[in-house]
Design a protein around this ligand. Sequence first.
Ligand code: GTP
Length: 321
Amino acid sequence: MSVAARKKVLLMGKSGSGKTSMRSVIFSNYSAKDTKRLGATIDVEQSAVRFLGSLVLNLWDCGGQNAFVDNYLAAQKDTIFSNVAVLIYVFDITSTEWETDMRYFEGIISALREYSPDAGVWVLINKMDLADKEDPKRKKYDERRGDVVSVDERVKGKARGMLRCFPTSIWDESLYKAWSSVIHTLIPNIGLITSHLTFMRDLCLAAEAVMFEAETFLVIAKSGSPLDSDPSQMDDNEVKSGAKALDPQRFEKISEIIKGFRKTCQRIGETFSSFESKFDDCTVVLEPLTRNTFILIVSVDPRIESAMLTYNIYHAQVHFA
Ligand code: GTP
């Protein structure tokens, strides 16, 4: 029996920026509205989330009130910042104390770079729903991102972990995009999963095969080119099936829609098990693949019947288990 890899994920940022809200929407099936009931996190709340059977995320949700942060940077520095795989740092785009926010960020990123030099950093600039109405071109986001990157460059020294920035809101699918990107880098055998999905897509004469984690519905991998690659890296079948023209946000939109649909099923006492649909020449099938994953297969060939896709998924299950 294989031993699950445990990865420490720190969730930090100023009080009220939305850390616990994100965690609850992604991992505990809260709706964005439900998060209004959440209280402030006291000190550090630890939880272990089993992801894909072979990966356990040790999530440290660190309360963001100043007194707690001062303590993380003084008495608890070693405990908090050692052995970190990923730091997710959440900013509130509406904050009126940006200079103070940056000072705290600098303290935290310096401690991280010192104690866990290989850790990846995801900076989520959150509550974009509140800023987008006044600033649709996202100038403020670009400025904030520029400040964050320059702080990291200043303190990075010889540390190797990279930093990525995402605009997020718990009210739309942007949250799934950012968290999928985090999870994607933590899964050890992602290359093998991608090649299995590509084989599956070609076997089914389909346009795309995508794997989702069963609980969170975060996208794990897709057929063809890696999830985070740009369109120039697409393989021949992706180019032929017109994947370049597809909505680049389709995966996180599907995550959000399926989670919403599953909640509706629960409300009316039904269990969501799978989904299939046919419109024009397009056939879409979403089925469980393993105990922890679902597979979505999209075909644009009018000759392909959904029964053929589900039959192939059924026979592929043993190879993915
Ligand atoms: P501490 O636990 O004190 O560190 O705070 P926190 O960062 O965990 O904040 P929390 O998740 O408790 O969120 C604070 C408030 O912000 C809640 O009322 C959320 O509903 C709200 N909130 C979180 N994310 C968003 C967002 O993207 N948009 C909007 N409009 N509100 C959000």
